[in-house]
Design a protein. Sequence first.
Length: 400
Amino acid sequence: KFSHLVAEPLDPINLVIINFAKNTDPKKVMLGVGAYRNEELQPHIFNAVKEAEKRLIEDENATYEELPPEGHAEFNELVTELLLGKNNPAILENRVASVQCLGGTGSLRVGAEFIKENIKSEFIYFPDPTWPNHYNVFGFSGAEIKHYHYWNSELKGLDLEGFLRDLNEMPTGSIVLLHACAHNPTGVDPTQEDWERIIDVICQRDLMPYFDAPYIGFASGDFDRDTYAIKRCIERGLQFLISLSFGKNFGLYGDRIGSIHAICQDQETKEKVQCALGSITKSMFGSGSAHGARIVATILKDPELRENWLNELISVSQRMQNMRKLLYDELVRLEAPGNWLHIKTQIGMFCYTGLTPQQCENMIEKWHCFMLKNGRMAICGLNTKNVGYVAQAFRDSLNF
Ligand code: LMR
């Protein structure tokens, strides 16, 4: 019955996890996966999450009842406010549909189904490069996947002119997948001025943005900054989709907690969209998991827990910025040929080093520094103890 199946190649990120686990070198360094690690290179549990869990265990009214298809109502309300700000006109006008999903990936997958059933767009445009799993997820959207210019390898920065040119040539009604902040894999985001120009063309060409936003708050420690482009699109009157994940900013990776939001033209449309999104979750997985939603809601509604969480989020994002600086300083100290400023100016979880596949091969095979072969390095795999070793590996790999 099943023998005709052909083994699919593994996702490069999963492959790096497997290869790292098999490697026995004591100096090995994990720079492959975008899952935050602290200075001890351990998974980080936020204090506010621990406290919220304690409260949930002690809550005598808590049950294991299943959530409705649209998920935990209070969670949906609180995360919409977190995303847009309580006084955002779209919230005040009651035109944001919000549905809880299974992690960021599950949210994108619900979005892909929604596009297929209700938008029926001919094309969806991805930045080149993008997160590899976008290809799997949006393969279900019914839209043909195309690309727009994003990374300028010479500048090791944004190819804004290429991006704008491509936007200008997209057929009206196309969907444009945008990374709200901390672009994965490049760590390069448009500036606020760049966003203005990008959004201008999106409006002129009547395109539909779809923001993948797994890193809000986590990228800079500042929600206003990390959601700038989303809020500007609302101010410009656009209607669009947003997928959120609470894996990174609450550290709730395994709880698979995320949400999808649609900015609609009015309340009546919002009710219909909410219903459509709910019927997709119902047919795909029933409803999201209650536990993660309760943790997030408990933190967001309690001013003290919320502040504690926000402060810790700032220190998480600062640790990543410090690691960038340390790596840069080490490369300069070792006189590694080239300009490494981009390591410091990129943002978020990833550094797109600019190393060639051959150089990455040397990082992995000779130095056991596991990263993606496209040159992406997860910055949180660095700590004050291994950064010198990684810089040495880097320096050596430049010879290839
Ligand atoms: C990454 O890009 O490394 C993360 O989003 C994790 C994953 O599984 O892709």
